[in-house]
Design a protein around this ligand. Structure first.
Ligand code: ADP
Ligand code: MG
Length: 397
């Protein structure tokens, strides 16, 4: 029996655990302790922090695992690199993982490979006055922590009066002694799921993002296909390919964040793992295959075929998703799905039980569930998404 180590036990790892079990794989899950749904599904559980790669490597050695994966989070990617290198497992290398989880190294790699990306500068925190370093950057600017994720330590700045506040916010959200400042790209945010196997890009699936405008954009839903002209699609593909090379990603799922401006794709960042917020599901539905299964098979060393399972002439199955969110802090009093069963309502998930505490939505982890729909056309899928959302009643008090 093959053994798979899955990092994380949260909402975004649950489908990975289920898919592995369906494949007859022995599942070992590691996560910090907490009320995480993945624990009860796994064959074996370790309550270790997934960023502690020394401890995770020991577990991997002791268990003689065949593969290591995660989904939907950057937090554990560095550990995957470490374990893959140490045990010769299939996955991204430690070097690639380091680049993928350090925004400065990523930007430097993009610059070296000519990837279109916002102009940036590195600023040491030791510098009180750094106006000379950024003198040739144009407002608005983004101040960024290099080692955080989920929009933490990312601040938009429109004038020099905001520098101090922005720098302080970044400082509170980083362990590094420097940060980056880059130009703000005014455009439409979108993304892509992709997979690279033995250095070959198996597919690229651009998707539209529904974005919640908080302090920065927070994705709350997605849809595919994303309408791009053939030229824009070719450009997005080229930028992604160059970014993959720059980051030395060779065996992993890819979650790409882009901004479209004047028909040209700017690369915000790439993660070496599948996307959160129903993005792995979007990929599965669009290509009519089980994406989680493929991610797992690659990780345990199989050569995987990514050919979409579609009818002749069909490009993909249109689909859309949206998170369920609360507009206040409180506890769930009741939650009710009044939708009739419909094969095009692919999934309605409640993350919590009545009585559970929830947050007013500000960031992704505040989600309280999701809805995913599909249709013959994207319009149909989106229309059904909104209808389905209207028939879900959640009371929080
Ligand atoms: N240069 C930029 N121009 C415009 N928006 C940006 C830029 N950089 C970041 N953002 C916004 O901030 C969000 C978070 O930034 P990102 O670099 O992706 O960090 P994180 O790792 O927190 O996701 C992006 O999804 C986007 O909405
Ligand atoms: Mg991002």
């Amino acid at each position: 029996m093959k053994k798979l180590l899955i990092l994380g036990a949260g909402t975004y790892q649950v489908p990975l655990i289920k898919a592995a079990k369906k494949l007859g794989i022995y599942t070992i899950v590691s996560s910090i302790p907490g009320n995480y749904p993945g624990f009860s599904l796994a064959d074996k559980v370790y309550y270790e922090n997934t960023t502690d790669y020394g401890k995770i490597l020991n577990i991997a050695r002791r268990e003689q695992i065949d593969g290591i994966v995660t989904a939907g989070t950057d937090v554990a990617v560095i550990t995957i690199g470490k374990v893959c290198d140490a045990l010769g497992l299939r996955g991204l290398s430690y070097e690639a993982a380091e680049i993928a989880t350090d925004k400065l190294r990523m930007k430097e790699a993009y610059e070296a490979y000519g990837v279109r990306s916002a102009k940036f500068r590195k600023i040491p925190f030791s510098r009180e006055d750094y106006s000379d370093i950024i003198a040739d950057l144009e407002f608005p600017l983004m101040f960024k922590s290099v080692d955080s994720s989920g929009s933490r330590g990312i601040v938009k700045v429109t004038s020099a009066e905001q520098f101090e506040h922005a720098r302080n916010t970044v400082m509170e959200n980083t362990r590094s002694d420097y940060f980056i400042v880059e130009e703000y790209i005014e455009g439409e945010e979108f993304g892509a799921q992709a997979f690279v196997q033995d250095g070959k890009l198996e597919f690229i699936l651009p998707h539209g993002d529904y974005v919640f405008k908080g302090d920065t954009g927070v994705p709350i839903g997605h849809f595919a296909p994303y309408d791009l002209s053939p030229e824009s699609l070719a450009d997005a593909r080229y930028q992604l390919e160059q970014a993959v090379k720059a980051m030395k990603l060779n065996n992993c799922a890819i979650n790409a964040d882009f901004i479209m401006k004047d028909g040209k794709t700017y690369v915000l960042e790439l993660g070496g793992r599948s996307g959160a917020t129903c993005l792995a599901e979007l990929t599965s539905i669009f290509f009519n295959f089980d994406y989680y299964e493929k991610i797992i098979r690659v990780a345990i060393g199989e050569k995987v075929d990514f050919t979409p399972q579609l009818a002749e002439g069909q490009e993909g199955i249109p689909n859309a998703s949206m998170l369920l969110m609360s507009d206040r802090d409180g506890h769930i009093v009741s939650q009710e799905n009044c939708n009739d069963p419909d094969p095009d309502i692919v999934d309605i998930q409640f993350d919590h039980k009545p009585g559970d505490p929830v947050h007013k939505f500000k960031v992704g982890p505040h989600r309280i569930g999701h809805v995913i729909t599909k249709g013959k056309s994207l319009d149909e899928a989106v229309e059904l998404l909104h209808k389905a959302l209207d028939k879900i009643n959640i009371t929080v008090q």
